[in-house]
Design a protein around this ligand. Structure first.
Ligand code: RP5
Length: 187
């Protein structure tokens, strides 16, 4: 019987280590420059909500092979949601969405030339042809909200009660932080 127990043991350890390392959200961005002012805030919000995630630079035009590999393997690697930030002619979220059935949340990065209007329209204006991208606000707000939405999607699956609880707490904290009456801050 002992060989049988050893096999079961090995199987359990493998399953445990796979689920331990498994990340639920993939955060990607077109460039290193998208990180400090924008995508970093998606990561810190996910951290606050106890959502496991991985972060990568994946450029649609500079690393197209990496993009293909990333998106094609995303679901089998266990990811449940992808947050993709890009600026300018921001095709990263749309291209990723075309290659995976996972929900893709697009964050328009504030560009230098057009302050992110180009990014926003590139990401939001997907034609109604079966490849949706959930588009958030330009910049830091969009990155934070993408993380919140990812947590909300995971929470509503019913498989992550821990995330659901943290998300509810986050919302309650926001509500409680709003004064009923304004105070004179200069006094
Ligand atoms: C996009 O071009 C990136 O997402 C970034 O927002 C923008 C500028 O990239 P860098 O020139 O700073 O690398 O691909």
């Amino acid at each position: 019987d002992s060989w049988y127990l050893e096999v079961v043991n090995l199987f359990l350890w493998t399953a445990l280590s796979v689920s331990f390392h498994q990340k639920l959200v993939g955060v990607i961005m077109g460039s290193q420059s998208d990180w400090p002012d924008t995508m970093k805030f998606a990561a810190s919000t996910l951290e606050e909500l106890g959502v496991s995630f991985e972060v990568n630079i994946v450029s649609a035009h500079r690393t197209p092979e990496r993009l293909f590999e990333y998106a094609k393997t995303a679901r089998s690697r266990g990811l449940k949601v992808i947050i993709a930030g890009a600026g300018g002619a921001a095709h990263l979220p749309g291209m990723v969405a075309a290659l995976t059935p996972l929900p893709v949340l697009g964050v328009p990065v504030q560009s230098k030339a057009l302050s992110g209007m180009d990014s926003l329209l590139s990401i939001a204006q997907m034609p109604g042809e079966g490849i949706p991208v959930g588009t958030l606000a330009i910049g830091r707000s969009g990155a934070i909200n993408a993380a919140l939405l990812a947590a909300s999607i995971l929470a509503s699956s019913g498989n992550h009660p821990d995330i659901s609880q943290k998300y509810d707490e986050y919302r309650s904290k926001q509500t409680e932080s709003v004064n009923l009456v304004p105070v004179d801050e200069s006094a």
